[in-house]
Design a binder for this molecule. Structure first.
Ligand code: 5GP
Length: 350
């Protein structure tokens, strides 16, 4: 048995220290980035590197269209991606900021064999819970060989060893995060995981050595967590829970409306509910996600403004004229208490 005694940290364990800054207004901060897909040989330009997760109620077409207007991206759900690739969504238009999602399920594999992915997507996310399986690396290699110029994001892993394995298989962007998600129960059920802030810090060097980028997947609950993720080494930050419950994610399967009250169901992609609906149940597999219910939050615009505002503020506190400068300019301190929650239960607005 190996035992690493170093304490690994989550976003809530640290704060970023402010420092003298030449930035006099948040509007001076440039959130646009150019993100290289080195293996595929192109760059995504004018990108605000925030990505909606491919979860039900989040990775919808309306969400994707709304985020694209702000130059942010969305990974569509696997189901939607399948429908688009099969030609069942003629209204869908290829967009730089809208990514497809495929897995190693039989349906995804059949579609990959039959369809030209590039016709509909410039970038696809290959999404499995455990990115360490050799079978997954072989899958990534096969897709890279078949589509040399498609942008590939793949994961999830949480260590530099995992980053190298998937980078060597041909991915451009490595998704990191296991067990950090808001509706994920893998840490409870399997005892597996890695605190998200430390994952990013510990994987960054390998990502640079391999010429790949890192997507931080899961664990952000406040806009400040997104700033911390960028400061710790993320090139893209993926959000599930923070974007759930908004009109843009609504469809009959997630909305409960009794005429007086509108609520949303938000389910982990490995919850029993999701496994049942994707016919992914097996006697060897148990749920690793929870199903939650939340009050409807209205349109997603307010959340996006809040996220952008938080990023601009973090950049101005750290003298970062551009978003990616946060990584070099930010210094973290480990804290005993991050937030003052005295009025947490009496808050009526922000
Ligand atoms: P959040 O932003 O909500 O904290 O995290 C979103 C991420 O959680 C997703 O992008 C996905 O990687 C992960 N996730 C979503 N559903 C589940 C689940 O049921 N089980 C696990 N282990 N992870 C999940």
């Amino acid at each position: 048995m190996l035992y690493d005694n170093d304490i690994k940290l989550d976003f809530c364990d640290v704060l970023i220290v402010p420092k003298p800054s030449l930035i006099s207004s948040r509007k001076e901060v440039n959130l646009f980035c150019n993100l290289s897909f080195n293996k595929a040989g192109f760059s995504l330009t004018n990108y605000v590197p925030v990505c909606a997760s491919n979860m039900d109620g989040v990775g919808t077409l309306s969400m994707a269209e709304k985020l694209a207007t702000r130059h942010m991206s969305t990974c569509l759900t696997k189901h939607l991606t399948h429908q688009i690739l099969l030609g069942n969504k003629p209204e869908f238009k290829k967009d730089d900021f809208i990514f497809g999602t495929l897995g190693m399920d039989d349906f995804s594999k059949d579609i990959i064999n039959e369809c030209d992915l590039r016709k509909h997507f410039q970038i696809i996310s290959l999404d499995v819970a455990n990115g360490y399986m050799k079978q997954f690396t072989d899958f990534v290699k096969k897709i890279r060989t078949r589509f040399p110029d498609i942008g590939i994001m793949a994961g999830n892993v949480v260590t530099s060893e995992g980053v190298k394995q998937i980078a060597d298989a041909g991915a451009d962007i490595i998704k990191v995060g296991i067990g950090s998600g808001s509706v994920c129960t893998t840490r409870r059920v399997a005892g597996i995981g890695y605190p998200q802030l430390s994952t990013l810090i510990d994987c960054r060097q390998m990502a640079d050595e391999c010429g790949v980028s890192l997507l931080s997947d899961g664990g952000c609950v406040h806009p400040g967590d997104i700033s911390k993720a960028f400061a710790a080494g993320a090139d893209i930050v993926m959000l599930g829970g923070m974007l759930a419950g908004h009109d843009e994610g609504a469809d009959d399967s997630v909305v409960i409306d009794d005429g007086e009250r509108r609520r949303f169901i938000f389910a982990g992609s490995s919850s029993s509910r999701a496994l049942k609906s994707s016919k992914n149940e097996s006697k060897y597999r148990t749920s690793e996600g929870r199903v939650v219910i939340m009050e409807a939050k209205g349109g997603v615009d307010g959340a996006l403004v809040h996220i952008e505002g938080g990023l601009r503020s973090a950049c101005s506190y750290t003298n970062s004229a551009k978003l990616y400068e946060l990584r070099t300019n930010a210094k973290f301190i480990r804290v005993n208490r991050q937030l003052n929650e005295y009025f947490e239960n009496q808050t009526i607005g922000i």
